[in-house]
Design a protein around this ligand. Sequence first.
Ligand code: ADP
Length: 439
Amino acid sequence: MAIALGAIADDFTGATDLANTLVGEGVRVVQVIGVPRPDTDIGDADAVVVALKSRTNPADEAVAQSLAALEWLQARGAGQIIFKYCSTFDSTPKGNIGPVADALSDALGADIAVICPAFPANGRTVYGGTLFVHDLPLAESPMKDHPLTPMRDSNLVRLMEAQSRNTAGVVYSQTVRSGADAIRTRISELAAAGNRYAVVDAVNDADLRVIGAALADHKLVTGGSGIGMGLPANLRETEKLGAAKAPTLPGAQGRELIVAGSCSTATRAQIAIAKDRWPWRKIDVDRIAEGKDEIAAAVTWALDQPKDQPVLIFGSADPDEVAATQAKYGTERAGAMVEDTLSGIAGSLAAKGFSRIVVAGGETSGAVVSALDVDALRIGPEIAPGVPWTEALDARKLALALKSGNFGAESFFEGNSQAPCPIGLRGFVPSEPCDDLRW
Ligand code: ADP
């Protein structure tokens, strides 16, 4: 079956974010990890989001990976392509947003593509061609000090032109408020003047929906996850996409595992609550450094715990302890030791009947997914803002919830019997649609 929409995202959690937005619009979405193999199973997906890790690698590698992903998506029938980057336009004057957008645009033969990183729900808005993070222009926000992609300009035209071979113009808010026809006319004027990009103002979700309606004929759309909001309606109008469908929860019935590597305030509060409820174990970084087999020890311990309870295994520690560990072993090595151990534990336990797994931490999630050797994930209902349940599309059908450290309420691991929608393992109801959906 052909897919209606294809997306290429420059990092893993960004891909999940867009997938989650599309699921919120009733689209069946599969997220694939890395450039897919020709035979990667995508089930009955309407849309596929390819999660690359191409934000900060050399531009030519990012371009090559993105073009390979594009070829695969086109082979599956995708008629419209989204290039998804961060809503704070994370990039440098060398790229990779400009070079990747140029290459995709050339390959698709697109006359002009929009640039719209706006994600109003998270405080990212575009006004007058300037990107804001809450009340601050991007270059005055904490992004100015980002270790890899410090953002020292807020004007999206200048940011794009510094890294692209092409020029950009702006579709101002006043035009956006005049509706889809006005937006289309303005974009055509910008294209006729030789621009290959149109930065589009958007300060709220209504703007994003009108912009989406104006982009029905665009082969390439670039932006943050918000830009995904308005596109499915066009595809439904032309019957390339069926009626909106509620996503179902994964059907896994096996044992439950919580793995936490995030040291964020939110995750530490979630761990504190879960520790009072269920068996838990903290991995010991000194023992790992001494060469002791912490993976085997934790696996043996987990298998000995009551089968009807989740087990919690974490490396997470408070800032003082993390600082001391980093001083002792170096930041990178300390992080890698914890990630390797947690992902090794998850990999072993998944092979021993733990088939419902929640992971806390962005890097930790990446390490776990790769240890589990998962190629593709079906995106299920959202269980906390920005966190969907997902299901691995292979014979194991693992249920995975992968959350950034800071996401989720304190009760995230525990679930909440008062909530209409399960938000954690305890409220997990296999294969039942969740009634707290966003449409
Ligand atoms: P977040 O989403 O909160 O940023 P990540 O998983 O991306 O979480 O990053 C947390 C990092 O901290 C990981 O590299 C993890 O291995 C590391 N880490 C976890 N526990 C410890 C610890 N006790 N000491 C040092 N580093 C740790």
